[in-house]
Design a protein around this ligand. Structure first.
Ligand SMILES: Cc1cc2nc3c(=O)[nH]c(=O)nc-3n(C[C@H](O)[C@H](O)[C@H](O)COP(=O)(O)OP(=O)(O)OC[C@H]3O[C@@H](n4cnc5c(N)ncnc54)[C@H](O)[C@@H]3O)c2cc1C
Length: 323
């Protein structure tokens, strides 16, 4: 029976959704091929999330040490390398996040295992892993195989899988000491720097109000912001809005932006180009407002409103008590 490793990602006492997304996909593969699923947790054992992880894995291997309180790619690399040597996992999943982009390449060098990055699907065919990646900024999917190896490393795109539980497990938590002879890390955690009051993480919001070129002018964004605040959501956008410098890049949804998974996605003046729509495949209910009834966004919308977006926004604001 082969093993699949999932490296848990957590920050400031909270587990990141990418962890559950990876556990979901790894769980699916484990069920299909009778593999076993091991979550690797470094630091953060006292976080409230440990039970949620144990429920989704066959075991959690936990390293607790004050040096692991914050992510450090050097330490993670050393510890994971030794664990991989010991267990020889078939696959190791790491989030394609700022953590993973730091950790995975150096782990690949250290272990000698091949690495595929930013994968949106992972399959196993004839005993060998295959992954799907997007190339040419999402225009084409490529199916990638690996050179033969004992184990394989994969970084997983955020939002590519659901963060849901499959069969409930009761994974044991196994405490491990970190090796005593770890080399001094080259990098040191100094502090978290807040990147500004306006910064938002659109991947974490349950309600996104998204604007497209149909907004017309930068000044018009204000009315949508008012609506978004009334609804308790977060504003996101299509690429032209970012290209015109109307909103910062971290608001952009789509293949060259972020993949999002809100419960409700309200698209205002967005045509529905595939590069945009690829970023909302995990959204719950999609509501589109567009004055062109032939706009492709209506093909993926659960509810469509053929209307001028400003009329729609005003009407909704009035309904919500701020007319
Ligand atoms: C390599 C590459 C990567 C890309 N990556 C991304 C990406 O990550 N995300 C992304 O979004 N795009 C991306 N794009 C761009 C993408 O192809 C589209 O050009 C873009 O999504 C269109 O944005 P839009 O829908 O806001 O604008 P448009 O296509 O111009 O659509 C505007 C819509 O607003 C409607 N409208 C206008 N006025 C009003 C009004 N008053 N009320 C109601 N409706 C109105 C119009 O009918 C129209 O449907 C990428 C393109 C390339 C080539």
């Amino acid at each position: 029976m082969a093993e699949i490793f999932v490296v848990v990602e957590h920050r400031k006492g909270e587990v990141r959704d990418i962890t559950f997304e990876m556990l979901f996909k790894a769980g699916e593969l484990c069920e299909e091929f009778s593999h076993s699923l091991t979550a690797i947790l470094m630091g953060g054992k006292n976080g409230a999330f440990i039970n949620d992880i144990a429920k989704r894995a066959d075991r959690v291997i936990s390293f607790e040490d004050e040096r692991l309180e914050n992510f450090n790619a050097d330490l993670y690399k050393e510890i994971l390398n030794r664990l991989i040597e010991e267990h020889r996992p078939f696959l190791t999943f790491i989030g394609h996040t700022s953590w993973g982009m730091d950790l995975a390449p150096c782990l690949a060098i250290k272990t000698g295992y091949p690495l595929a990055t930013d994968c949106v699907n992972i399959m196993v065919e004839n005993g060998r892993p295959m992954v799907m990646r997007q190339i040419y900024s999402g225009k084409v999917f490529s199916k990638v195989s690996f050179k033969e190896s004992q184990g394989y490393l994969i970084t997983v795109r955020t939002g590519a899988f659901l963060p849901e539980e499959r069969a409930e497990h009761r994974g044991d938590v196994i405490d491990k000491e970190i090796p005593t002879d770890l080399p001094e890390p080259h990098k040191q955690f100094l502090e978290f720097v807040d990147t500004g009051a306006g910064e938002v993480d659109i991947t974490q919001s349950e309600l996104l109000v998204s604007i497209g070129r149909g907004i017309g002018e930068k000044e018009n964004i204000e009315v949508v912001k008012e609506l978004t605040n009334l609804m308790g959501g977060v504003i996101s956008c299509s690429r032209p809005v970012v290209d015109k410098n109307w909103l910062p890049k971290y608001h952009q949804v789509g293949t060259s932006g972020r993949s999002v998974r809100p419960k409700v996605y309200l698209a205002l003046g967005i045509s529905g180009a595939f590069q945009h729509v690829a970023g909302i495949t995990g959204a719950g209910t999609v509501i589109a407002v567009n004055k062109d009834k032939k706009a492709p966004i209506f093909r993926v919308a659960d509810y469509g409103v053929v209307e001028d977006l400003f009329k729609f926004v005003d009407a909704l604001k009035e309904k919500l008590g701020s007319g």
